[in-house]
Design a protein around this ligand. Structure first.
Ligand code: AMP
Length: 634
């Protein structure tokens, strides 16, 4: 069997040969003329001149062999609805959706914004866009109206597809007021909103711009819309992600490179074979949902399980029962979900027949060792941590399968995947780190297929954000710290920037600070990530008020703290809500006025911040300690 080292070395030394061969995993309507265009670094273009289509590769090409195999199993424990779609039925639904979109004017190169809960129509809509050559931009259904408006203004969609409501933990979230407010706030005027009516929310969207999906679906019931053959480098989608500035970045992905990378990852990392069933418990609003609920399992001919609900309703055994009922072979989720499940009755896991399950994949945030050990022991199956980002689209670090099977090492997501030229570098000199030495995880040029092609509408930001922070090197920064051992295994040690990771979701502390600053009572604010036993990290906000001082009436202060948390809910969505808002009279800053967020985070975690030679006024630290009620520890 090929050794991992040889396999990885081949992918780095000769990417053209390696990816040229991998490209045979997908269908091309017109073959590519060139595997890789390196003429304009740091941009890389893959499979130049090749024409293909993501929907064709995910659905149409399987019809000959697996038309009657389930393509999608949908389970909602929120509504009690369970549906199955064979590849033939999925094909028909996507054609209907594509015909409806086309009748509303959507054409190749247009952006369609999807603001949808976890319903089958979300998957149909993504693939319908792919079919038409339109660019989808899925906005997570938990984001609040101002957040949605920012994305509307940046993506400039010709159509928004939404639903009457989302549902989570038994609570219905009415989308109508959110959409109304987002459309009113956005300067870009989206001509149409297509509404999937789940009959969950009694209130209806403003009828002026609303188009109901169901009657149009009936009208186009037997429609056939041909796949639009796109040049490999045309955009397939834009997915927004948080960074260090308040303005989210639109990660733009291509068509051919993405299809090839996902097909390769299903072989070399996930070992998903046609006919297998994969359950990725995430949301279509995140990159894991794009890649491993929708595109990769379908491209590889699997059955994908799409789940709406929490892991603990109706009880903590629900996911394990799904494994049994649907004979799930591969499962993928975030460590947070397991930390939640760990608190449930362990008998629930033992009760289900998990014999179909071959492996559990985890990503999105650090996998702590106790959780890793617990789940590996409880399942008795391989538990494979893998590390990646919205930008890369598929795992950068994992335990490869199929080639020589490497052992897992507790605390490490594994070794670099094929195509990722990963080096840990010193952040001040740019030099490569020795084994065991802490550095920034960087990638060499070119990024492999499937990674972001650019920042939507702002290519200069792709260069200035990702390719300019490592001195003396042309290197892509992941903005993660790590350390690599002698065997090539990397351990992730947290972000180098002001991004925090709450329950596997990336949040920019600056975005939360901007939301809080919009409140009239706030003069200054610092948001930091603080370790949390279940969510990995939670946001904590330290606020300096205008005028009124914090030692005022405690009940008044509690009221204000709650009001500030609600402000974040309204601006960004409840996932960004700080776990605590602490009113302080001064924030620690450097003499040049930079917030010392790391020092504040240390205090919030009950640690001492260490030496701070640049601090403007050390008294600020004591004021934060006092506000935290931590004076005794000083
Ligand atoms: P996102 O783009 O939202 O998926 O977030 C990506 C970030 O999540 C990475 O830059 C890491 O900071 C973190 N992350 C993702 N996967 C892992 C993992 N397996 N272990 C540690 N951190 C991870």
């Amino acid at each position: 069997m090929t050794s991992y080292r040889d396999f990885h070395r081949r992918s780095i030394e000769n990417p053209e040969a390696f990816w040229g061969a991998e490209a045979q995993r997908i269908d091309w309507q017109t073959p590519f003329e060139l595997v890789l265009d390196r003429s304009n670094p740091p941009f890389a273009r893959w499979f130049i001149g090749g024409r293909t289509n993501l929907c064709h590769n995910a659905v149409d090409r399987h019809l000959a062999e697996r038309a009657q195999q389930n393509a999608l199993v949908y389970v909602s424990t929120e509504t009690g609805i369970e549906r199955r779609y064979t590849y033939a039925e999925l094909h028909a639904e996507i054609n209907r959706m594509a015909a409806v979109m086309r009748s509303l004017g959507v054409k190749r190169g247009d952006v369609v914004l999807l603001y949808l809960p976890m319903i089958p129509e979300a998957l149909f809509a993504m693939l319908a866009c792919a079919r038409l050559g339109a660019i989808h931009s899925v906005v997570f259904g938990g984001f609040a109206a101002p957040n949605l408006a920012t994305r509307i203004d940046d993506a400039k969609p010709v159509l928004i597809v939404t639903a009457d409501a989302g549902a989570r933990g038994g609570k219905v979230i009415d989308y109508a007021p959110l959409i109304d407010e987002a459309l009113a706030r956005a300067t870009h005027k989206t001509p149409r909103v297509l509404l999937i009516d789940r009959q969950l929310a009694p209130e209806r969207l403003n009828a002026r711009y609303l188009v109901a999906y169901e009657p149009l679906r009936e009208q186009f019931f037997n429609a056939h819309v041909p796949c639009e053959w796109l040049e490999s480098n045309e955009p397939s989608y834009v997915l927004y992600t948080s960074g260090t500035t308040g303005k989210p970045k639109g990660v733009q992905r291509d068509v051919g490179g993405y299809a090839v990378a996902l097909a390769a990852s299903m072989e070399h990392i996930f070992q998903g074979k046609p006919g297998d069933t994969m359950f990725t418990a995430s949301d279509v609003g995140w990159v894991v949902g794009h890649s491993y609920i929708v595109y990769a399992p379908l491209i590889a001919g699997l059955t994908t399980v799409m789940y709406e609900g929490t892991p603990i309703r109706p009880d903590g055994g629900i996911w394990w029962r799904l494994v049994e009922q649907h004979k799930i072979n591969l499962m993928f989720t975030a460590p947070t979900a397991l930390r939640v499940l760990k608190k449930q009755d362990p008998a629930l896991l033992k009760k289900a027949d998990l014999s179909s399950l071959r492996a559990l994949f985890l990503a999105g945030e650090p996998l702590d060792e106790p959780t890793a050990a617990w789940i590996a022991d409880a399942l008795g199956k391989p538990v494979i941590d893998n590390y990646w980002q919205t930008e890369t689209g598929w795992p950068m670090l994992a335990i490869p399968r199929g080639v020589e099977t490497l052992p897992t090492k507790l605390g490490s997501p594994g070794v670099p995947s094929a195509g990722f030229n990963l080096t840990l570098r010193n952040e001040l000199t740019g030099e490569a780190c020795a084994p065991g030495e802490k550095g920034v995880l960087t990638l060499g040029y070119p990024l492999p297929p499937g990674c972001m092609s650019t920042v939507w509408g702002d290519p200069s930001r792709f260069v200035s954000t990702y390719w300019s922070s490592i001195p003396n090197q042309q290197a892509y920064s992941t903005f993660d710290w790590g350390v690599q051992d002698e065997d090539g295994y990397v351990t992730i040690l947290g972000r180098t920037d002001d991004v925090i990771n709450v329950a596997g979701h990336r949040l920019g502390t600056r975005e939360i600070e901007e939301a809080l600053s919009s409140h009239a009572a706030v003069a200054e604010v610092a948001v930091v990530g603080v370790t949390d036993a279940v969510k990995g990290q939670v946001a904590m906000a330290f606020v300096v008020l205008r005028g009124a001082q914090p030692d005022a009436d405690p009940s008044e202060r509690a009221r204000l703290e709650a009001e500030l948390a609600t402000t974040v809910d309204r601006q960004l969505g409840s996932i960004a809500r700080p776990a605590r808002v602490v009113v302080v009279s001064m924030l620690p800053k450097t003499r040049s006025g930079k917030l010392l967020r790391r020092a504040i985070a240390a205090l919030a975690e009950g640690r001492e911040p260490g030496d701070l030679p640049t601090i403007e006024d050390p008294a600020a630290l004591q004021l934060v300690r006092e506000a935290l009620g931590e004076v005794g520890k000083a």
